[in-house]
Design a protein around this ligand. Structure first.
Ligand code: THU
Length: 161
């Protein structure tokens, strides 16, 4: 038996002024996108913004459905749109803001497992890491230097062929 250990690292910014203006702008876009979430069932609103290497910023938010599993998270709404509209562009950075409408949170809320799996696909495709910043409604922002850092022991295409 051998043990395989993987380490994950997050950087937490309590003071947003420590972030570069490009990231603050992306965070602001995620917050604005969050406000347009369609989340009448969970009342949990999430916004995501992606900066592409062609300069475009793509935003998305969660879209719920009366048939609950038919809804989609903000991160996948945004990254699938980016992938469909700009298939050759690389995602440089991503920002997420999430909050329960009736219980605003000020601690960073990480993306769900399904979104990590969807996002790591693009990181593998583009062969460069996607930096991801996530937060609650306001307050501290957490940064991961890559998606794979949030998804150790990734399932990927290498096992398919
Ligand atoms: N949600 C997201 O948009 N992103 C996540 O990473 C976690 C959850 C959405 C899905 C659903 O509309 C609501 O938040 C509650 O789970």
């Amino acid at each position: 038996m051998k043990e395989i250990k993987k380490e994950s690292t997050l950087f937490v910014f309590e003071d947003l002024k420590a972030l570069p203006s490009e990231i603050l702008n992306l965070i602001h876009k995620a917050i604005e996108a969050r406000k347009n979430a369609y989340a009448p069932y969970s009342n949990f609103q999430v916004g995501a913004a992606l900066l592409l290497d062609n300069g475009e910023i793509i935003t998305g938010n969660n879209q719920e459905n009366a048939s609950y599993p038919s809804g989609l998270c903000a991160e996948r709404t945004a990254i699938y749109y980016a992938g469909s509209q700009y298939p050759d562009a690389k995602v440089l950075q991503m920002a997420i803001s999430a909050t329960a409408k009736n219980n605003p949170t000020e601690t960073p809320i990480p993306p769900c497992g399904a979104c990590r799996q969807a996002m790591v696909e693009y990181e593998i495709k583009q062969e460069t890491p996607i930096a991801i910043y996530f937060m609650g409604e306001k307050g501290a922002v957490a940064k991961s230097n890559s998606i794979s850092n949030l998804l150790p022991f990734t399932f990927d295409k290498s096992v398919l062929f």
